[in-house]
Design a protein around this ligand. Sequence first.
Ligand code: NDP
Length: 317
Amino acid sequence: MGNRITSLFKIKYPIIQAGMIWCSGWELASSVSNAGGLGIIGAGSMYPEVLDEQILKCKAETSKPFAVNLPMLYPEIDKHIDTLIKHKVPIVFTSAGNPKTWTKHFQDHGIVVVHVVSSVKFALKAEAAGADAIVAEGFEAGGHNGRDETTTLCLIPMVAQAIKIPLIAAGGIGTGRTMLATMTLGADAVHIGSRFVASEESSAHINFKNSVIEAKEGDTQLTLKEITPVRLMKNTFYKQVSDAYANGASIEDLKTLLGKGRAKKGMFEGDLEEGELEIGQISGLIHEIKPAKTIVDEILDEYREAIAENTTEKYNF
Ligand code: NDP
């Protein structure tokens, strides 16, 4: 039993925990992999020696496959790439860059490459570059996102029609029902971020985890499109950004306002006012911090429950 993604990654369930800067270290990645999904270490916020240590700890904690997310705009990318190859990390999720640059290099070292995109155009580019699978991420997703605002509901069936390689859906998924919905639309697996931020094993600051479980519908916004589009919680920093827009801020003004290290300040150090709090719209549906294994199990239970319901009167007409 299995589908294209469980076979490609050699995992039990097509549930992938997204790589998230400051939130997904070895504790979370190994827990999700041990629960039968695929855990991802988010390398974007890690200095080279930190990534090295995180991979060793992850390997000590799980014998199951795990992955690393490598944003291609990372300043010391060559060092990260050497580390991934040295440790024979089985799967790499590349994002925020051109998939042509590194895909073949990783594959030549036996590494499976998945590229993250937010449009049909870039899905086709990733396929042409030889990626083994893609993640298509809709407008609902937290953190860095596409400019076109295509929702997961529209993006997944369009990408599914356009490409032949396996497709992983992201954005707005955090429950078994949202998993089934996107699998029905053509995805082979789901990529879940926000729900795992609110896990016991996530390295996010407890203040940030608590703000995620308190979030309601409408509490996040996609902004800063002129720099890198990002979905944030509407806190004091977000208010400063929207005031800057109202006052006709230039790109330089926005860059100055953002400064350096905002994401660390908010998500890792717990400054809920001045920090950048990257989270998805699905946060309005997350109400408790739980162990990662419980999250995986609950998603699977709800997925199976929703499948069973498909035989009921509601669906038969
Ligand atoms: P900033 O430029 O505001 O801050 C850089 C942060 O990354 C600092 O907090 C720093 O930690 C940490 N860091 C880790 N390794 C390095 C390094 N080699 N050189 C400099 N800083 C490093 O960036 P953001 O916080 O907005 O983003 C952090 C990272 O996230 C980016 O470097 C990028 O790789 C990644 N990113 C990922 C995206 C994606 O699509 N997944 C999109 C955009 C960014 P410290 O404070 O301890 O020095």
